[in-house]
Design a protein around this ligand. Structure first.
Ligand code: ATP
Ligand code: ZN
Length: 285
């Protein structure tokens, strides 16, 4: 029996989200601390816990079949691997930031300046594309302190809320890329492993669809049902059930999370009452 080997960050910002996603796909693992590996008890996969920066290389070499890492690291490492899917968590951006009182405000001002970063590949590509000639200072951690200690005039680093920049007296001037967690794969997989990956992706799609949709139930007078059905396109046609109360129906459907507030106002205007919106556990399309 073949087993699909999945590389996951051993500790850090990606670990929890990665394990959570696999658990939502129904995969169970025996809990244990400080493990290097963990085999699922109910699905043919094994998790290998590695430093995130090493994951692209392990996946390229086939030591792991698939990996979950930040898109930023995947691009920076530039290994021969394939993108399987964006996963929608660990969202951040890579931005150039400068001290608040700096005269640097845009690309042109970066010429002949020193920029500190842990992402030299992404930075040099950006500089080249924009015809900027600047000095790249590669440092592996705490990039945000580089300007303060006189090591650099600017930095390229990960930003999410901007609070780290703020507390280091820096301000964001240019967003270079957006990133989120991604699943990557090695270029050749055996047939058996491809099948396991397909099963996993099927489950993942069900989890992701469920997360972006809500199940909605409401009551409406029968003569409003047509109007309400047109507001609720749902997966298919809505379910309409008679209520015990004469002349009334219960309407059930699925709405996308992103426009559900908008729909709710329209539904109320159309005569809907007792609106319930409930989370969906899994959704198979
Ligand atoms: P190390 O390799 O030394 O453990 P790291 O910076 O690579 O450090 P993390 O800080 O755990 O490791 O970040 C892992 C990934 O999570 C980053 O590459 C990025 O994709 C994403 N990430 C980092 N910071 C944030 C943040 N503040 N919000 C959301 N995602 C983030
Ligand atoms: Zn890392």
């Amino acid at each position: 029996m073949e087993i699909l080997k999945i590389a996951v960050q051993k500790s850090g910002r990606l670990k929890e989200g990665s394990m959570e996603l696999l658990k939502e796909c129904g995969l169970r693992f025996i809990n244990g601390n400080n493990q290097l590996k963990s085999q699922s008890t109910n699905f043919p996969v094994e998790i290998m816990f590695l430093r995130d920066d090493d994951i692209p290389e392990y996946v390229q070499d086939g030591v792991a079949d698939i990996g979950i890492i930040g898109e930023n690291v995947w691009i920076e490492k530039n290994k021969k691997t394939e993108l399987v899917k964006k996963l929608g968590f660990a969202k951040c951006r890579l931005s150039i930031a400068v001290p608040r009182d700096s005269k640097i405000i845009d690309n042109n001002d970066l010429n002949s300046k020193r920029i500190a970063t842990s992402y030299p590949v992404i930075l040099s590509k950006y500089l080249k594309e924009n015809n900027i000639s600047a000095d790249i200072h590669e440092i592996s951690g705490s990039v945000e302190i580089a300007p303060g200690i006189g090591l650099a005039d600017a930095i390229l680093d990960i930003v999410s809320t901007g609070s780290t920049l703020l507390s280091n007296g820096l301000t964001e001037i240019i967003e270079i890329m957006r990133s989120e967690a991604v699943m990557i794969r090695t270029s050749t997989l055996t047939t058996a492993k491809s099948e396991i990956l397909d099963q996993l992706l099927f489950r993942l799609a069900a989890v992701q669809n469920a997360q972006s949709n809500k199940y909605i139930l409401l009551n409406a007078p029968n003569d409003s049902v047509e109007k309400i059905s047109s507001i609720l396109p749902g997966m298919d046609s809505p379910t309409v059930l008679p209520l015990k109360k004469e002349g009334w129906s219960s309407v059930h459907s699925v709405v996308n999370e992103s426009d559900f507030w908008n729909k709710i106002n329209q539904l109320k205007e159309a005569g809907a009452t007792g609106i319930l919106v409930v989370p969906i556990e899994k959704m198979i399309l």
